[in-house]
Design a protein around this ligand. Sequence first.
Ligand code: HEM
Length: 149
Amino acid sequence: MRLSLILPSLLLAAAAAAALPARPEIPPQDPPEAIEDHMLAIGRNLRRLRREISDPAKKEAVLDRLVTMQLAATQARALVPHIVEEAPAAERAALLQEYRLMQIAFLRSMLDLEEAVVRGDQAAIEKKLAEVVAWQDKGHAKFNPENHH
Ligand code: HEM
């Protein structure tokens, strides 16, 4: 292709890229974080959210916390729990699949809670918050048994 043809197409591509809306980025982590780090972020935000959720003036703060918790759960979902790493090789794949499915269900509960908060639906907020809280017990009974009380 002649230069006179390449240049306009390069300019078009640059213009198209510039027109794309900004997207939130999850920064790469160095060193990679562990599941515990993301779990601690979930726990910290959940504690604060439970204090704020009945205060209408805190709605935006609650929504920010939910997004933070969802991102943390998404990052934890991409990692492998210790108990899976230590399982006999023949059991590892099935166990990891179960972990991922549980994390997906946990994320779905948090999305449901977020929807209830956005709608301001008090009955749904209470129901979905209880579901989100219950995931700690369910997730840890299977995947974090050492710290399961
Ligand atoms: C509200 C929900 C949750 C909270 C607040 C929470 C909180 C925590 C905290 C504080 C830790 C680190 C300290 C400790 O070991 O106790 C932890 C570890 C852990 N959690 Fe959660 N968790 C939640 C849900 C889940 C779910 C749904 C799963 C699994 C699907 C899960 C899997 C794990 C695992 C595997 C570890 C140990 C880290 C590892 O093995 O690498 N957690 N969690």
